[in-house]
Design a protein. Structure first.
Lengths: 351, 309
């Protein structure tokens, strides 16, 4: 059991450690003591942390399986790129920070609206339907994005499904995706987005709405009998997660020079789900750690060349086995005496 | 416990349509009115022609052998099942189009036979979930930690503690609900239901798993919450001491139908009730064949209900 106080301490430690890491990494960037590969990965790591934490809101806190989280990221990425390009070419807005913030907001709103549209019919259903529909949603988004052309002509946006009839500067080029994007994402923006996401999810969890979301997950019938509108709170979790994923997408999209729609495939959705499962379902700090670790890991394994992904899979399985091993668990308990006390307390209560 | 307090009940007076209500409730609208309520599961009448009128502060009991349809009636009243026949009204408001959530908001709260607490949450959080529609705070106030959030959190905490204090559970507030002993879990379910500010409290076997001392305390507590919150209580219970001790009006069900209604004294004398519980006096052969078919029937009934649930 986690008391209110223990929860507060965990949250403060999470914020504190992340802030310390951010400061450390910024100093390392200034001193140029950071490796090039890690430096290039800092923004993606922030994006995947946001993705993992937001998916954990759906899978862990709300208890619904969503397999299309990358779809929301894709929507956020491309709407962010389009809005950033529109502001730059159409209105001559040069300030990259302002453009980035606006792009992230647009990405979040677009993904959130789409999340609401998907959620309204689906969240009324029970069981695995949401998983199936979100899976299909992710694929549909990928395929639609694959044939959308967007150009900015003067200050007007032109949409089309054929390249030829679009005048002006092309922003999205169908299957080629976004080309010649001006990378305006910064590590600081990523850090702010991570803290923002953590604050949203952790604050939500410890509020009236969050308790209602968890009540709906733990016991649907009892929650309804207590006057909790299940659909409303499932929606709340789902749409919040979609908004956050869209924001992460915008940040991600604006950190690359090119981005193809097929990047956000089913594989990426599953990847985020792996972060969530490895970090612990419902465990927000765990999601942060596992998302960061599993984003860095494949890069670190490059020396293995072709067997890189094989080693990645083996390491994943080992991590799962070790964290669930009774021997390891008892070792953890010895290392962390607080847990043992809580257990003996429970024993007394039962007897 | 004061024996007198329990025994001294307001006299029951007749009400139109053959029901009885406590004399003190004559002036107010009946809290619950069911007429010809029934539900069929694929041709099987799990509840049939259920009529009941409950006064504003009446404590009524619903008894009957296993599989008689008592919990099904609770599920009908809370709209977990949609009734196929009849009407129900809560303080004169028709409940036909209400959902489970609406029913709770309108003023019916319930506990469950198989405890349905939020086991991984603390005792206090469970009560706070009961307060969901009483002390409200929107999603954005919660996320942005606006002053309203702190105000409502404090109000929820105070109200939860006040309610837990009724059952002397305030010191357990930080414990995990699932780790409580069985009796305490049952009490917590009552507190959680009370937190939704009901007009009618439905208790499904509140004394199950309690020892005689706890049952005595429970009886006293039920009377106390009735007096304090001025609510009606409808309870399902197999503990006859509790039922006869605090219920003013008792309704006996068998095979989904009401076989007797009346005050505890009337019920105890009623031959149909004695027959339902103990069986009719017959020759040995008859009793055997009757009871075996009866068992089978009851068993089938139960499995269908479970399958539906």
């Amino acid at each position: 059991m986690k008391t209110k106080k223990a929860r507060l301490i965990t949250n403060l430690v999470t914020y504190g450690v992340l802030t310390a890491l951010f400061i450390l990494l910024t100093v390392m960037i200034d001193n140029k003591t950071i490796s090039r590969s890690l430096k290039g990965q800092l923004i993606p790591i922030c994006c995947w942390i946001v993705m993992a934490v937001s998916l954990n809101l759906v899978v862990g806190i709300s208890g619904e399986l969503s397999l299309g989280h990358a779809g929301f990221m894709s929507l956020g990425a491309f709407s962010g790129i389009v809005s950033s390009g529109w502001l730059l070419n159409g209105f001559g807005m040069e300030d990259p920070t302002l453009r980035l913030v606006l792009a992230i907001v647009v990405g979040g709103v677009v993904a959130g609206v789409m999340g609401a549209l998907i959620g309204i019919p689906v969240l009324r259903l029970r069981g695995d339907y949401l998983a199936i529909v979100t899976l299909a949603f992710g694929e549909i988004i990928k395929n639609v994005m694959n044939c959308v052309y967007v150009a900015v002509d003067g200050s007007a946006l032109r949409f089309g499904f054929l390249k030829n009839d679009l005048p002006g500067t092309l922003l999205l080029n169908g299957p080629m995706g976004a080309v010649k994007v001006k990378a305006i994402s910064t590590f600081a923006a990523g850090f702010v987005l991570v803290i923002f996401t953590l604050a949203v999810v952790l604050n939500l969890t410890n509020s009236r709405s969050g308790r209602a979301i968890m009540a709906a997950r733990d016991n649907r019938i009892a929650a309804e009998a207590m006057g909790i509108n299940i659909t409303k709170y499932k929606m709340m979790a789902f749409v919040t997660a979609a908004v956050l994923a869209g924001m992460a997408g915008a940040l991600y999209g604006l950190s690359m020079a090119t981005l193809v729609p097929t990047k956000f495939s089913f594989n990426e959705s599953i990847n985020v789900l792996v972060f969530v499962v490895l970090g612990g379902i419902g465990n927000i700090p765990g999601s942060v750690i596992s998302a960061a670790a599993l984003t860095i890991l494949p890069e670190r394994l490059r020396f293995l060349q072709n067997s890189r992904m094989l080693a990645y899979a083996v390491l994943l399985i080992l991590a799962m086995l070790l964290s669930n091993n009774p021997l390891m668990k008892s070792l953890w308990k010895k290392l962390i005496p607080r847990r043992r006390e809580a257990r003996s307390g429970e024993g007394e209560m039962r007897s | 416990m004061s024996e007198e307090k329990i025994r001294s009940k307001t006299p029951m007076v007749p009400y139109p349509s053959g029901a009885i209500v406590p004399e003190r409730d004559l002036g107010s609208i009946p809290v619950l009115e069911c007429s010809h309520l029934g539900i069929e599961f694929g041709g099987l009448k799990a509840v049939d022609d259920f009529n009941v009128i409950m006064g504003k502060t009446e404590i009524a009991g619903l008894i009957g052998p296993n599989g008689a349809g008592k919990t099904t009636i609770f599920n009908l009243l809370t709209k977990v099942y949609q009734p196929t026949h009849g009407t129900m009204a809560l303080e004169g408001r028709d409940m036909g189009s209400m959902t489970t959530v609406d029913v709770n908001k309108a003023g019916i709260a319930r506990t469950f036979q198989n405890i349905r607490l939020f086991g991984n949450m603390s005792v206090e959080e469970n009560v706070r979930i009961g307060l969901h529609n009483q002390i409200r705070c929107g999603m954005f106030s919660g996320i942005l930690r606006l002053p309203k959030y702190w105000k409502t959190e404090k109000a929820q905490h105070e109200k939860a503690m006040e309610l837990l204090n009724i059952f002397d559970m305030a010191d357990l507030a930080d414990h995990r609900a699932g780790s409580l002993p069985y009796g305490a879990q049952r009490r917590l379910e009552i507190v959680r239901a009370l937190a939704t500010h009901p007009k009618l409290l439905l208790l499904d076997e509140p004394a199950a798993g309690m020892n005689p001392k706890e049952t005595e305390e429970l009886m006293e507590n039920i009377l106390r919450i009735r007096d304090r919150f001025q609510i009606a209580v409808l309870l399902i219970e197999h503990d006859m001491n509790l039922v006869m001790g605090i219920c003013e009006d008792i309704c006996v069900l068998n095979f989904g139908r009401i076989i007797a209604k009346g005050t505890p004294e009337e019920i105890q004398r009623n031959p149909a009730v004695i027959e339902a519980y103990l069986g009719k006096q017959k020759t040995t052969e008859e009793t055997e064949s009757k009871s075996s078919s009866g068992w089978k029937d009851m068993h089938e009934r139960k499995t269908t209900e479970e399958a539906k649930a």
